[in-house]
Design a protein around this ligand. Structure first.
Ligand code: NAD
Length: 480
């Protein structure tokens, strides 16, 4: 059976205690590999290696650091097919999605930050005849990067690449549910010639490896993406240690569809924003608010689209809906479907587990599911389900739509569909969401700040924001 290893001090090593966890292929429900169940001892070794590598790495010219990161990007591109297969196997996502989104984006993360580091300038504030004030941005030091299972390599590299570009050394922990591509990345880092200790990848559970990372006094900052409850726990642990924290957490994103939109495009993109990656993207729109004048029309076209979303083997190139990531997650989502019935919702599509034939007969498949008739305040419309379940709700006025969109403890992303430019800007500014898309979804420019308001997180990733996070500003004043 495939056995994964930690990547510590430039080498692939087994966990010190020799313990492993099984990892399951979601499409079959069968165990296919073993991932190290590392402990605080392995984290300690990784931190020691990172601290030893730091003085050289931080002094290396940004151009040279950048060249190594670009080399890793090239290797990710070279191995795109192998990595896409691995991501699909490990996560249950359609291989077509891993091929077109996850792996190309992981490569872009390295290429983008590899070059961005060379354009990261410090500021000068000149007071004529009085003083010259300038800011030096020192690398933060050794930092911890912790990522979730839904976009495994994509989100893992979205943290690691800017940290390395900024001159930090990293101890990173991927999700124990989807560790495979992080392991493959460690092999590519060795091939790229990344100096030993600059990046260390320690596999294991959150309560053991994640907790040890967050508590370790040598770790100066934590960049975390995951659930809001885990984020709160990490904040409670890290705050008294005065660590810098970036928290990218859950969402319950609204789509607002105005009657003057391009209906065909709004329907097609809403299908994607509802069900891509089986709804397991933090940016998926879970609450679709539709202006009453086009409610029935939108509903009919949307349901027609849902009917064409066949669920199948993720490794089949034509599959658009794969498996949910785990049995536990499938049960959680089924629990919300039961709750939607209890809360008085009308099931319009799906709602059932899917039993496929052949190799995937015991996989974790679920029909894309749509409800209507649920109050915006009910639990199904308030809590993050993180699966292929969306609700449709009509609205009468712009104020109503805004009110319901904002009546959530979350504030990650939102989409607006309208041809009225003034309305688009007005509504976008009033939305409590860190990311707003107008007439599109998931359009990404890696230079833009990425993150959420309210319980969706603290801080922003992306572009200069990420490089700032991984550096400590120092202000120096010279009297003239
Ligand atoms: P999770 O919070 O269970 O786990 C995320 C990571 O944290 C994993 O690596 C896990 O092992 C680790 N972890 C768990 N307990 C820990 C602890 N005590 N200390 C340190 N680390 C710990 O989240 P998940 O189920 O893997 O991912 C799904 C969640 O992630 C959803 O809520 C989703 O919205 C969110 N998410 C947010 C974004 C974003 O950018 N805002 C992106 C993707 C996913």
């Amino acid at each position: 059976m495939l056995q994964l290893a930690n990547y510590i001090n430039g080498r692939l090593v087994p966990p010190t205690a020799g313990r492993y966890l099984p990892t399951t292929e979601p499409a079959t429900g069968l165990v296919y590999s073993q991932v190290p169940a590392s402990s605080a001892v392995d984290v300690e070794q990784a931190v020691v290696a990172a601290e030893a590598a730091l003085p050289t790495w931080r002094r290396m010219p940004a151009e040279e650091r950048g060249r190594l990161l670009v080399r890793i990007a090239e290797l990710l591109d070279r191995d795109l097919e192998r990595l896409a297969q691995a991501e699909s196997l490990d996560n249950g996502k359609p291989v077509s999605l891993a091929r077109s989104v996850d792996i190309p984006r992981a490569a872009s993360n390295f290429a983008f930050f590899g070059t961005a580091a060379q354009h990261f300038a410090s500021e000068t504030h000149f007071q004529e005849g009085v003083a010259l004030n300038y800011t030096v941005r020192h690398p933060l030091g050794v930092v911890g990067c912790i990522s979730p299972w839904n976009l495994p390599l994509y989100l893992f590299t979205w943290k690691i690449a800017p940290a390395l570009a900024a001159g930090c050394c990293v101890v990173a922990k991927p999700s124990e549910i989807t560790p495979y591509t992080a392991f493959l990345l460690s092999e590519l880092c060795i091939e790229a010639g990344l100096p030993a200790g600059v990046l260390n990848i320690v596999h294991g559970t959150g309560p053991e490896v994640g907790q040890a990372l967050v508590e370790h006094p040598g770790i100066k900052g934590i960049s975390f993406t995951g659930g809001t409850a885990t984020g709160a726990h990490i904040a409670r642990t890290a705050a008294p240690l005065f660590k810098k924290l970036s928290l990218e957490l859950g969402g319950k994103n609204p789509n607002i569809i105005f009657a003057d939109c391009d209906l065909a495009e709004a329907v097609q993109t809403s299908l994607r924003s509802s069900f891509s990656n089986q709804g397991q993207i933090c940016l998926c729109g879970a609450r679709i608010f539709i202006e009453r004048a086009i409610y029935e029309q939108f509903k009919a076209q949307f349901l027609e689209g849902v009917a064409s979303l066949t669920v199948g083997d993720p490794l089949d190139a034509s599959t658009r809906q794969g498996a949910l990531v785990s049995e536990a997650h499938l049960q959680k989502v089924l629990g919300y479907i039961a709750l939607a019935h209890e809360e008085g919702g009308t099931l319009l599509a799906g709602g059932q587990q899917v039993r496929l034939q052949g190799r995937c007969a015991t996989g974790y498949f679920l029909q894309p599911t749509v409800f209507e008739g649920l109050a915006p305040t009910c639990r199904v419309n308030q809590e993050e389900i993180f699966g292929p379940v969306v609700t449709l709700t009509p609205f009468d006025t712009e104020d109503d739509a805004l009110h319901w969109a904002n009546s959530s403890e979350y504030g990650l992303a939102a989409t607006i569909w309208t041809k009225d430019l003034n309305k688009a800007h007005r509504v976008a500014h009033a939305l409590q969401a860190g990311i707003v898309w107008v007439n599109t979804w998931l359009h990404r420019d890696l230079r833009t700040p990425f993150g959420g308001m309210k319980n969706s997180g603290v801080g922003r990733e992306g572009g200069v924001e990420a490089l700032r996070f991984f550096t400590e500003p120092q202000s120096i004043t010279v009297k003239l």
